[in-house]
Each structure stands twice: as structure tokens, then as C-alpha cells.
Design a protein around this ligand. Structure first.
Ligand code: THU
Length: 157
């Protein structure tokens, strides 16, 4: 029997250690939490995507009284980004969240499984890793790619 060892490399950084581009994108993700519509969970998530055309597109979770009809911040952002700029390719994404107390969560939140799969599609289209920045109150988790968040992903399309 053989084994596959799949490891996930996560850099843990203070905001001051990020590059200027990363700092800008994390600020946009944090700002996007203000545009969350989360009257049911009161958990406000924001996502910001840097595109290779220089644009940054952001999104926020949008809930609905018919609960499954809502969508996460990450899918709100990636679907809007590709609908708005279909020729552009994703470079990096930042995700931030504020809890029910209105404060940014101490430990970064990671995208749900459905969002990982949705984001992966755009990483495949880009043909290069899309960096992932998960924003906590005072620290950021930096992951090298969307694929690293979804081991053994389905990518046969
Ligand atoms: N949510 C996101 O926006 N992104 C995720 O990756 C996980 C969860 C939203 C969905 C819902 O509006 C709220 O957070 C609570 O689950």
C-alpha cells in the first residue's frame, strides 16, 4: 500500500507584514463586511478579489428568508467579478468576517466547501495559483492557492 501525504502550508502574518497589495485587498474585504445583508445569522462576511486587470471586486453574504436561497460572500464576489469582467483573471482573494458582536473575528474564517469549489473554477481559468488571505482581527492566514484549500478536488471540466 502507498500513501499520499497532502499538506497545507499556511503563513500566519500580522497586517503590517503583508505586501501593500495584500494590505489593500484585506482592507477591501473588511470594508465589504459593511455591505453584508445578514439579518438572520448576524454574521457579516466580506470578500474582495484582485483581478489581473487591476480591478478589485468585492462581495458580501446576502441572506434570504428562505434560508438556502442566500449566498456566501465568496460566491457573491466571484460570480460578480466574472460576470462584470469575464476576460479578467483572478489573482488573489481576501475574506473577512464580523461576528454577532459586530467585531472582526479573532481567528480567520475559511470559505465553506461550496465556495472553495466555486473559487477553484476561477483558479483553473486563471491557470495560476490564486492566493487566499483569511483575515482575523489582528492576524492573517495566507494560503498559496485555492486548490490548497480543497485537496482532491473535482476539476475535470
Ligand atoms: N458565510 C459566508 O459568507 N462565507 C462562508 O464561507 C461561510 C458562511 C455566511 C453565510 C451566512 O450568511 C453566514 O455566513 C452564517 O453562516
Amino acid at each position: 500500500m502507498k500513501h499520499l501525504d497532502i499538506t497545507l502550508k499556511v503563513d500566519v502574518l500580522a497586517y503590517g507584514e503583508l505586501t501593500p497589495e495584500e494590505q489593500h485587498l484585506t482592507a477591501m474585504a473588511r470594508e465589504a463586511t459593511e455591505r453584508s445583508y445578514a439579518p438572520y445569522s448576524k454574521f457579516c462576511v466580506g470578500a474582495a478579489i484582485e483581478l489581473d486587470n487591476g480591478e478589485v471586486v468585492s462581495g458580501a453574504n446576502q441572506e434570504n428568508v428562505a434560508y438556502p436561497s442566500g449566498t456566501c460572500a465568496e460566491r457573491s464576489a466571484c460570480f460578480y467579478a466574472h460576470a462584470r469582467y469575464p476576460e479578467a483573471r483572478f489573482r488573489r482573494i481576501a475574506i473577512a468576517a464580523r461576528g454577532t458582536d459586530g467585531e472582526f473575528v479573532a481567528d480567520p474564517v475559511a470559505p465553506c466547501g461550496a465556495c472553495r469549489q466555486a473559487l477553484l473554477e476561477y483558479e483553473v481559468l486563471a491557470g495560476a495559483p490564486v492566493e487566499v488571505l483569511l483575515c482575523g482581527a489582528d492576524k492573517v492566514y495566507r494560503l498559496p492557492s485555492v486548490a490548497s484549500t480543497l485537496p482532491l478536488a473535482f476539476t475535470e471540466f
